[in-house]
Design a protein around this ligand. Sequence first.
Ligand code: ATP
Ligand code: MG
Ligand code: FE
Length: 344
Amino acid sequence: MKVLGIETSCDETGVAVYDTDLGLRAHALYSQIALHAQYGGVVPELASRDHVRKLLPLVRQTLAESGMTVDEIDGVAYTAGPGLVGALLVGAGVARSLAWALDVPAVAVHHMEGHLLAPLIEDDPQGRPQPPFVALLVSGGHTQLVAVDAIGRYRLLGETLDDAAGEAFDKTAKLMGLPYPGGPQLAALAEQGRPGTYRFPRPMTNRPGLDFSFSGLKTQVLLAWRDSEQSDEARADIARGFEDAVVDTLAIKCERALDEAGCETLVVAGGVGANKRLRAKLADMAQRRGGRVCFPRPAFCTDNGAMIAFAGALRLLAGQHEDAAVRVTPRWDMATLPEVGGQV
Ligand code: ATP
Ligand code: MG
Ligand code: FE
């Protein structure tokens, strides 16, 4: 089955074709970063309009790169939530209309399920982690630990009480004067920083539980930056101290979640999953425990169409699809999703 995937939940237009026999055939991404940079954050109405401009050309480009014509598509998958309502409606409208015109089924995909399944895109089917496993979802809007009992059956073990990890990276970068979006730049700067020069707390690790809180850490950084000589060196050292605090905190809670769920496979997804130090730390932890940790390639940690095509393909294969209405769900609890069933 050849599935066209469409992602438009926020500020990235992503399109991909996933073939359930041959794997990923093509994917393309258009990022609106430059459009929103002057405002220091995503402007929802501008995001919707840019998806309108870019989506169809990107669909044509992706099909051309896959060497396929549009009538070879067997199904269309689109992000229906969570996300910005106007942005989601662009993707849903195009996806639903295409499916109608081609007389193929369309399926609504939960954006966070897309992220969660992204590590499974490239593995050969034999090498894919099979449920049960624990997933750490660390993106710009979410920080969650999820027990995956089956594909489609998700139990929330813990989540952030305030900022998401990616949001904390972005806000911390901003308060030290880095341009938008600062998360990846802060991580790059941390590479040059000296470990231990600044030590920040590991929030909520000294008590039981799997919830997170990152907003206090941001304040600690603000104070450290204010009291420093505000040199490039201090900025890099503080970035390193901040990154180490976030990475340690995430690793401590992941280990706890594995203990609680009684399994040894961890799957990591979302933009912060691209962080090198997080990847290394979790790989060490898995090795020490004799377990396994799976990441997507860095480009599939952040938003992309491939994860939507893949997640949608699993649901379409299981016979799930939508009626002809164009519907989106800007707030959507992953625990309410139907189970997909079977092996992936
Ligand atoms: P959500 O998926 O929750 O709706 P989102 O789609 O905006 O949010 P993603 O695209 O998954 O989030 O990830 C973007 C986030 O990842 C940003 O906050 C960014 O700062 C962060 N990020 C990207 N690369 C890195 C990195 N190398 N280190 C730390 N953070 C990173
Ligand atoms: Mg984004
Ligand atoms: Fe995302």
